[in-house]
Structure formats: structure tokens, C-alpha cells
Ligand binder design. Structure first.
Ligand code: SF4
Ligand code: F3S
Ligand code: FES
Length: 235
């Protein structure tokens, strides 16, 4: 089948200092991914086309893009699902550096601000590992699946209206440690998330949950953090 591919382009260093679109007709199979089509264009039409990708299997989180208006991983978006008229644009709310490459630094700065690592200086009495029951591990299992692709944060209307909002991805990764029975840093994280640009900027729009390629219940995780703040409990 012939796919009509419309690609966002922007490259101020090469004189393309206004966003525009280039179009390509590419022969494809229904099971080809949008990433395959973009690789084809880069190999055979325009080697300057720039985008991030690494694993090509939905694991590294580097190729979140707006495909026909929806945030998807290009390596998981099949032609048979998105159709033969395909418009691809960079994720929204991030500064575009070149074509599909956006400045992810503010996203990772927000992520780091919630200390996304285990905080616990206590040594277990037996000097061995910190034990956890199956139930305790299950409590935060869903939010361990995040691949930091930013599809959730860049689909969130609260983030679009104010980029200072920490965003759903940061909250998901804070959730992963807040509800970990081995961690002692919940108080500080909840304090930070109760600030003006924390969880209360979330208006329960659900775009984040729809966008998440790992099917994490993002809105639910945010609701659990809100409940922990108001109740002062972590159950
Ligand atoms: Fe991506 Fe989902 Fe993690 Fe958000 S929660 S960054 S959409 S994997
Ligand atoms: Fe945004 Fe998700 Fe809340 S889309 S408003 S963070 S439910
Ligand atoms: Fe790694 Fe798509 S290239 S998630």
C-alpha cells in the first residue's frame, strides 16, 4: 500500500526557521511501523531528517511523537492502525531543537526534582536485603513500568497551559517510591507535590492515561498521591 507521509520540519541552522511540513509517498506493509517509514525517508529521501530512536521495540521511550494528533511511540504505531494518511509532529509543550528533536531537559529536571531513587540509610538488622511482602511490592508495581517517554506530560492540557506544572510523568515516578515500603522519603516528596505546581494542577483530564504506551494507570496514580496528601496516610 502507498502511504502519504506528512512530516513536520524545523531546522533554523539550515535556514528552515519556520515550522513547515514535507510530504513523501512511501510503499509500506500494514504491519510496518511509522518509525520504519521515517527511517526509509531518512535513508532514501533526506538524510537530514532528525528524530530520536534507539530500541525500536517500545522499551527506551525515545520516540514519542504526535501521530495524526495522538501521542504515540513511532516504533509501536502500525500503519494498519493509523491509516495511510499520516501526519507526524513533535510532542507538544517542549522547545523544538530540530525536526522531531525537542529539548527534554526541563522534563528530566522535573523528574529529578522528586528524588526518583530509594531513600533509606538504615541498614537491616541482619545486614542483608530489605525485605518486602508480595502485597507491598504490588502496591507500586504499575508505576515501575514507566519508560520516561513524556507522552503523558506532553498530552496534558494543564501542562500545556503552564509548563511549570511538574506533570504526570514526574508524579508517576514519585508514586513509585512514595508507596514503596522500603523508602523513607515520602514526606518530602508529598510536601513538594502539594505545592502550587504539584498534583493539584491536575484536573483529571485523563489524556495522560490514554497516551501512556505502557498502559500505566497514570490518573489513578495521581489520585493516590492526592489522597496520601489529604489523608496523611500511605495505604
Ligand atoms: Fe511515558 Fe507512561 Fe511513563 Fe508517562 S507514565 S512517561 S506516558 S511510560
Ligand atoms: Fe493532565 Fe493527566 Fe491530570 S492529562 S490534568 S495529568 S489526569
Ligand atoms: Fe525505543 Fe521506540 S525506539 S521506545
Amino acid at each position: 500500500m502507498l502511504v502519504h507521509l506528512r512530516l513536520f520540519r524545523y531546522n533554523p541552522e539550515a535556514g528552515r526557521n519556520k515550522p513547515s511540513y514535507d510530504t513523501y509517498n512511501v510503499e509500506a506493509d500494514p504491519t510496518d511501523r511509522v518509525l520504519d517509514l521515517m527511517e526509509h525517508v531518512k535513508a532514501y529521501n533526506d538524510p537530514t531528517l532528525s528524530f530520536r530512536r534507539s530500541c525500536a521495540h517500545g522499551v527506551c521511550g525515545s520516540d514519542a511523537m504526535r501521530i495524526n494528533g495522538r501521542n504515540l511511540l513511532a516504533c509501536k504505531a502500525l500503519v494498519q492502525d493509523v491509516g495511510t494518511e499520516i501526519t507526524v509532529e513533535p510532542i507538544l509543550g517542549m522547545k523544538v531543537i530540530k525536526d522531531f528533536i525537542v529539548d527534554m531537559e526541563p522534563f528530566f529536571e522535573s523528574y529529578r526534582s522528586l528524588s526518583p531513587f530509594l531513600i533509606n540509610d538504615d541498614i537491616p538488622e541482619d545486614g542483608k536485603e530489605r525485605r518486602q511482602s508480595i502485597e507491598q511490592r504490588e502496591r507500586f508495581d504499575d508505576t515501575t513500568k514507566c519508560i520516561l517517554c513524556a507522552a503523558c506530560t506532553t498530552s496534558c492540557p494543564s501542562f500545556w497551559s503552564d509548563e511549570a506544572y511538574v506533570g504526570p510523568a514526574t508524579i508517576v515516578n514519585a508514586h513509585r517510591f512514595i508507596f514503596d515500603s522500603r523508602d523513607n522519603g515520602a514526606e518530602g516528596r508529598l510536601e513538594r507535590l502539594s505545592e502550587e505546581m504539584g498534583v493539584w494542577r491536575c484536573r483529571t483530564a485523563f489524556n495522560c492515561t490514554e497516551a501512556c504506551p505502557r498502559e500505566i494507570h497514570v490518573t489513578q496514580a495521581i489520585a493516590e498521591v492526592k489522597k496520601a496528601i489529604t489523608s496523611g496516610r500511605l495505604d
